[in-house]
Structures are given as structure tokens and as C-alpha cells.
Design a protein around this ligand. Sequence first.
Ligand SMILES: [Fe+2]
Ligand SMILES: [Fe+2]
Length: 263
Amino acid sequence: MDRPMMFEPRSVAVDTDSLPAYIPVPGYGVLPVNAFLIRAAQPVLVDSGLASLREGFMQSLRSAVALDDLRWIWLTHMDPDHFGNLEAVLAEAPKARVVTTFLGMGKMGLHQLPLDRVYLLNPGQSLDIGDRRLVAVTPPAFDAPETTGLFDTKTRAFFSADCFGALMNEPAETAAEIPPGDLRDGLVAWSTVDAPWLRTADEDKFDHALDAVSSLAPSVVLSSHLPAANGMTETLLCHLSSALAAPAFEGPDQAALEQMMAA
Ligand SMILES: [Fe+2]
Ligand SMILES: [Fe+2]
């Protein structure tokens, strides 16, 4: 794979579709970039994909839901791989409100939107979407302070934002399809890239954050950067925990980049 690509939408839980894309990471393989659609009484889009794949993303989204009916766009955080098509979705989904935090709103300049198109929700608070609640949860690892994952109280799916992402050798339909050693190495590598602060984190306090995920007992973990992980929560937590002792990530410098490009 030499360029970002959208893949076909797929069901990842009851009422829940993933809108997957993959981006190549030269020298490291590929990274999934997932948005999700929750087919609740009030439909919810979780994140809005990559701007470079706008046409394919909007096509996938339109095929998955009537945009007139979309009620919520939950932005887990304000990184470009999560808000890439926000404006395009807002333009086609007149009833949709953006769910974010005060900081998220500020970072995106969303205060310029009419007040009824933004909805501020803090970790621990929940959003009533008609047939269930979505609870805002800070995942154990994150790369932006406004990050809010979410827990669907009906399906028990946990949307973990960047947490539990993994660099992968090739695309896969589920996390279970990734060879176990590759999953561990890829998850640890991604975690050291995305959350370099992990190596200075207090182990006991971090264990509490991991326990909080355990106690949610998710039916499935839906990371933005991993295929759907069913019944693998303890494995993912164990890999993330080992990232605390992993060496710091150091990216290629200019000379290494030029060598890679030449090869
Ligand atoms: Fe991020
Ligand atoms: Fe991300």
C-alpha cells in the first residue's frame, strides 16, 4: 500500500459499523484509521475520517446512514485523522450536533458554530441518544488532553480513541486475525509513538486507569487505530501496560528518510 485507502464499511457490533481506512507508514507498515457509526435511535458518527479520503469517506457514510437523520458527531479528539471531514458532514447533516469538550471546542474554533450545533460533554457524563446512553470515558492512553472515548451502555462497545492502536504489517478484518506477537509489538510501538509520556507514568496510577477499562467489561474494544477487538480486552490491557517499560520511539531523521525514499 503506497497511499491512504478507504475500505468497505463493516459491522463490528450490534448496531455498530466501522468506516475503516488505512494509511501507509513508511518503514513501519500500515495504520488503520477508523470512524464508526452507531445506529441508535439517534444515529451517532464517531469521528470523521481523513480529509485526503473525503470522497470515499462521504460515500461510505451516505451508504451507511441517511445524513438527514444523523443526530450526533462525537469527536474523540481534535487530531486531523479524527476531524478530517467534519465540515463536509456538518454541511450534509443539518440535524447533527458535535459532541466535544470545552477544550475541543476551542481547539477547533467550534464556538463559531451556532450554539445548538455543539454539545459539551465531560468524562463521566453521558449523552442520551434515545435508546441508550453513551458515557464519556478518558481512555488510559491518549495524545490530546480533550480526548474522550465512549462506552455504549446498550452494546457495551468501548470506543477508545487512539488508545489500543497498533502499527500493522497489513490490513486485517479483526484484531484477532493479527498474529499475537505482531499485535503486541505493533501496539507497544504505536503507544510509544502516540503517548510518549507513558514511560514516565506512575505504574500504580496507570494500573488504576487500566482497571477502569477492565471494570467496564466491554463486549468489544473499538480503537480508532486497530481493527475491532472482540473478547481481547485483557490482552490489549496487558500489551498497553508493557509500553510503560518500552524504549522511547525515535523517528527516522532526514538522512534515514532519504535512505528510505531511495530504497
Ligand atoms: Fe490522536
Ligand atoms: Fe488518531
